[in-house]
Design a protein around this ligand. Structure first.
Ligand SMILES: [Zn+2]
Length: 256
């Protein structure tokens, strides 16, 4: 049973609570929720800011990088004077100023197997905001192992993609997606990135996570959404589960 909101909190979140799809109950569930954001670059900054201001009770941020000048055009939690700081520490300062009632836990380490194995199962939902295939595959594998829903996001140049992966629904996973559509391992350093596109995808990851937490997901699990920032067109593809997927089909077979 979620803890009731205090009067000041009900006032703060009033414009959300008046929405019948959210209501007091939804806001209280957000207050109790624990969300893990892996990667505090363009996607992670945008997603974490929205999750924190909307009223998520606990956020954990994992990233090993420091703020660089080239991050500043799109990574909106950081300021010029924070160049050289660990991203998670700079982000925590800004998020605390936005909403001091959100508990922010930070881990300034690489998201490797032991760390994710301990962190993933203690959260209600995970946002993959990383920028490389190795991390995405590992996060996918551990979310499936611990049966925690995952909102996967990626952006490069003018292109973005999003997918909710839900082990509880045995949905297709990131490995299934990679099997069908080759995923690029180009970094934004090599290929470039248009700031509004990466911020839009990060915001959409927060949107999906918030609504999934109150059982009103705006998207089906296993549905891939791609965005073209040059034409502002969204395209949607149903990703089938890959029959021999070692991640999602392996676990299903074990539990069958
Ligand atoms: Zn799979």
């Amino acid at each position: 049973m979620p803890k009731p909101l205090r009067y000041a909190q009900a006032l703060r979140y009033n414009r959300q609570i008046v929405l019948p799809q959210i209501d007091l109950e939804g806001q209280e569930r957000w207050q109790q929720a624990r969300v893990l954001v892996i990667g505090v670059g363009g996607l992670g900054c945008s997603a974490a800011q929205q999750l924190c201001s909307t009223g998520i009770g606990h956020l954990t941020l994992i990233d090993n990088d420091v703020v660089e000048t080239t991050n500043l055009p799109r990574q909106n939690l950081f300021a010029s004077h924070q160049v050289g700081m660990h991203k998670v520490h700079a982000a925590r300062d800004r998020l605390h100023a936005i909403n001091p009632e959100c508990t922010i836990q930070v881990v300034a380490s690489k998201a490797d197997t032991p760390l994710l194995d301990s962190q993933v199962p203690t959260h209600d939902i995970v946002l993959d905001c990383t920028d490389n295939l190795q991390s995405r595959n590992l996060i996918n594998e551990l979310c499936y192992k611990h049966k925690i829903p995952l909102v996967s996001g990626a952006a490069i140049r003018f292109e973005g993609q999003l997918m909710l992966i839900d082990p509880a629904q045995c949905s297709a996973c990131y490995t299934c997606l990679s099997q069908l559509i080759k995923q690029t391992d180009l970094s934004c350093t090599e290929a470039g990135i248009f700031a509004p596109v990466v911020n839009l995808i990060g915001l959409q990851q927060a949107h999906i996570a918030l609504m999934r937490l109150i059982d009103r997901s705006p998207t089906q699990a296993g549905l891939l959404h791609t965005y073209d920032g040059q034409t502002m067109q969204w395209t949607h593809f149903t990703i089938p589960s890959y029959q021999h997927c070692p991640v999602c089909q392996g676990n299903n077979n074990e539990s069958a």
